[in-house]
Design a protein around this ligand. Structure first.
Ligand code: PEP
Length: 252
């Protein structure tokens, strides 16, 4: 059975003390409202990871990073490796977020290398894919997502691929307030599951968690999550407000 997951992507927000207070509040909320079979991941800035990881005590609630370097260690000033992330107690890392792809020029080859390095160090990878608006307008969105997954993820052997979660995030929906319709989300998630099936077989396809991301909030989460191939969400802006974020988790 595939996991149901809500991951919050804090991006470059919150000072350390704010992040610690926020994570403490989330932890105590889920202490009172057990997650049961669901998982919640708080993807914080690097500086929060050690402290936040150690204060998350609730079953199913863990910390994750938003990026990692593709090398193990060495002279890469300002970078953070997967082994360093793992040493904080964090369990996951986002790879291939559209902001990394567009602002920092991260291409499919680099993202494939980051994914391998993250998996080698025991991190679960949340691998992002998604088209920009002109690609959707030209009806190229399926091909774009297929290429991103082919090059970034489908080079993995099956036992490594099984440790990954996919996040479909149409770039035109990220931070814009424009959400994919439930039909658009389901259509793409179904397509992704289908290409996983071709690559790794039906059991792996059925076990893979596919999250939706892009202006998902408490008011639209339930209708997005109601789709059979949508297994949860990767949440940006709405992960920064406790009540909103917890409502999204409750909608799952
Ligand atoms: C994201 O950045 O992954 C994201 C989904 O952002 P938002 O929810 O703000 O659209």
């Amino acid at each position: 059975m595939r996991k149901k997951i809500v991951a919050g992507n804090w991006k470059m927000n919150m000072e350390l003390s704010e992040g610690v207070a926020f994570a403490t509040a989330i932890n105590s909320y889920f202490k009172d409202h057990p997650l049961k079979d669901k998982e919640v991941i708080l993807c914080t800035p690097f500086i929060h990871l050690g402290t936040v990881s150690s204060l998350l005590t609730v079953k199913g609630l863990t910390a994750g990073a938003q990026n990692c370097n593709d090398h193990k260690s060495g002279a890469f000033t300002g970078e953070i490796s997967a082994v360093m992330i793992r040493s904080t107690g964090a369990a996951s890392v986002i790879i291939g977020h559209s902001e990394r792809r567009s602002y920092y020029g991260e291409d499919d080859t680099l993202l494939a290398a980051k994914t391998v390095e993250a998996l080698r160090n025991g991190l679960r990878v949340i691998f992002c894919c998604g088209e920009v608006l002109p690609e959707r307008e030209k009806n190229n969105h399926f091909e774009v997502v297929r290429r991103q997954l082919d090059k970034g993820l489908f080079t993995l052997p099956v036992e490594e691929f099984r440790k990954c979660v996919i996040a479909y995030e149409p770039v035109w929906a990220i931070g814009t307030g424009v959400t994919a319709t439930p039909n658009q989300a389901q259509e793409m998630h179904h397509f992704i599951r289908d290409i996983i099936k071709n690559q790794y077989g039906p059991d792996v396809a059925s076990d893979t968690t596919i999250l939706y991301g892009g202006s998902c909030k408490a008011s639209n989460a339930a209708e997005l999550f109601a789709n059979p191939d949508v297994d949860g969400g990767l949440i940006g802006g709405a992960s920064l407000a406790k009540d909103e974020f917890c409502s999204i988790v409750n909608a799952l």
